[in-house]
Design a protein around this ligand. Structure first.
Ligand SMILES: [Zn+2]
Length: 92
């Protein structure tokens, strides 16, 4: 009998690029994965740029751009108030 048919798959190693909003990133100066601080670096009409700083040495370890489109999607996923459409009676 094979008892290993329903063996659980091994946990996937975390990729720092898969989810760039992760709170830890690899720092070249520290040569280690360190917790990072997110800082709003630049605000442009169509996007915002975030800077990620290593909390150990304070150097920039990465940046992320949030475009206006992404922001719109984030707003769209918010629950909206339902709009009631009055039903018109057909004919007379
Ligand atoms: Zn560092």
């Amino acid at each position: 009998m094979n008892q290993h048919q329903h063996e659980q798959p091994p946990r996937k190693p975390q990729s720092q690029f898969e989810n760039f909003t992760a709170s830890t990133l690899y720092c070249e100066k520290c040569r280690a994965t360190t917790p990072v601080r997110e800082r709003l670096l630049l605000v442009l009409p169509d996007k915002e740029i975030f800077d990620y700083l290593c909390t150990e040495c304070g150097s920039s370890v990465g940046q992320r751009e949030v475009t206006a489109g992404e922001k719109m999607i984030a707003q769209a996923t918010r629950p909206r108030r339902q709009v009631r459409i009055p039903l018109k009676p057909r004919g007379r």
